[in-house]
Design a protein around this ligand. Structure first.
Ligand SMILES: [Fe+2]
Length: 315
C-alpha cells in the first residue's frame, strides 16, 4: 500500500492494525524504515500518556543508569520518537543504534544485530484504548524500556558480547551431520540464551537504590506501569541473587507478572556472566538445559542453521 493511501485513510501505526507493517511482512521485509508521517494523532497521544504516567515510577524505582540514559536521549514527551533522533544522541555514547523492524526477528538475526550494536526496534505503538494490553512488543517497550540502557557503556558491551554468543552457537553445530541432534542441541542452547536475556535484559533487578535497596534495569519492568512497582515491593515475588545455573534452567511465562526475579550487583557482573555463558557453551553445558514453556520455534532454529551454512558466522 502506498504511503499516500495510508495517509489518506488516517490509519496510523497501531499495533496489529497497521497496513504498512502488514505489507512489509507480506514482502518479506524484516528491516524497514520508520515512516514517521504515518503516526496518527492518536498514536502520538498514546505515547504522551504512556510516557507521562511512568515519570514518577522511573524516578522512584529505575536504575540510575537508566535515568542517565533518559537524560541523554532527550525524548519528546508528547510525540513518538524518531529513530534517527534517538540514534543521533545514542550512537556517540556506545555506538548502538535503533534499527526499525516489521515484527518478529528470528533468534539468530536478533542476537546478530546486538553483536553489531544494532537494536531491532518495533515502530508500531499499542492501541490507546487499552494502555496496559500489549499483544506484542511496541515502540514504547523498545524505545522507552530498552534504549536508555544502551547509553551505558558496561551494559552495551554486555549486549554485544551476548549477541556474539549466537555466532558461537551456530559455529559449534555447523559440522554436525546428525540433523535431529543438531536441532535438539541448538534448541537447548537457545533456551539457555533466551532465559539469560529474559531474566537480565528484560526483567533484571540490581542491588542499590532506596526501595529495599533494589532498583530496576529490565526493560519489561521499566515499560510496565503495573509491574515496575510489583517487582520491587510485592511479597509474592521471589528475588534472589543471579545464579547462572538456575537462570539457564528456569523456564518463564510471558502472560502474567513475573513471580521470580534475579538481582545483580552491577553491569560488570552481568558482563562477566556472559563470559561464563560462553565458556559453558563451549564445554557443552548448555546442550541439555531443562525444556521450557516456550521452546525454540522452527524459525529460530532455522535462523541459526542458515547462518552456519551461509558462512555468516563472525568469530
Ligand atoms: Fe524487550
Amino acid at each position: 500500500m502506498a504511503v499516500s493511501q495510508v495517509l489518506a485513510d488516517g490509519i496510523g501505526l497501531t499495533t496489529t492494525k497497521a497496513p504498512y507493517i502488514e505489507q512489509a511482512v507480506a514482502n518479506g521485509e524484516m528491516y524497514i524504515t520508520q515512516p514517521y508521517e504515518l503516526y496518527s494523532a492518536e498514536n502520538h497521544d498514546t505515547w504522551q500518556r504512556l510516557y507521562a504516567r511512568m515519570q514518577g515510577l522511573w524516578q522512584r524505582h529505575a536504575n540510575r543508569r537508566f535515568l542517565d540514559g533518559l537524560d541523554t536521549l532527550c525524548f519528546e514527551a508528547t510525540k513518538v520518537p524518531r529513530l534517527e533522533d534517538v540514534n543521533r544522541f545514542m550512537a556517540p555514547r556506545t555506538g548502538f543504534r535503533a534499527k526499525a523492524v516489521s515484527g518478529f526477528v528470528p533468534a539468530f538475526n536478533f542476537f546478530d544485530c546486538l553483536s553489531r550494536r544494532e537494536f531491532p526496534t518495533t515502530i508500531t505503538i499499542r492501541d490507546g484504548q487499552s494502555l496496559d494490553y500489549l499483544p506484542e512488543p511496541d515502540i514504547f517497550h523498545d524505545i522507552a524500556g530498552h534504549v536508555p540502557m544502551h547509553t551505558d557503556p558496561a551494559f552495551a558491551e554486555t549486549l554485544v558480547r551476548f549477541g556474539a554468543c549466537a555466532h558461537l552457537a551456530a559455529e559449534m553445530v555447523s559440522g554436525m551431520t546428525d540433523r535431529a541432534e543438531q536441532r535438539r542441541r541448538l534448541s537447548s542452547i537457545q533456551n539457555a540464551l533466551q532465559r539469560y536475556f529474559w531474566f537480565t535484559v528484560e526483567f533484571g533487578l540490581m542491588r542499590g537504590g532506596t526501595h529495599d535497596d533494589i532498583t530496576v534495569y529490565g526493560s519489561g519492568l521499566l515499560s510496565s506501569y503495573g509491574e515496575i512497582v510489583h517487582s520491587v515491593t510485592s511479597d509474592s515475588v521471589q528475588r534472589y541473587p543471579l545464579q547462572l545455573e538456575w537462570v539457564i534452567n528456569q523456564h518463564f511465562e510471558i502472560d502474567h507478572y513475573q513471580p521470580l526475579l534475579f538481582i545483580v550487583d552491577d553491569f560488570e557482573q552481568l558482563y562477566e556472566q556472559v563470559g561464563t555463558l560462553e565458556a559453558w557453551m563451549k564445554a557443552g553445558k548448555l546442550d541439555n538445559v531443562t525444556p521450557g514453556w516456550r521452546d525454540m520455534s522452527e524459525a529460530d532454529v532455522d535462523s541459526f542453521l542458515a547462518a552456519s551454512t551461509e558462512g555468516r558466522i563472525l568469530l
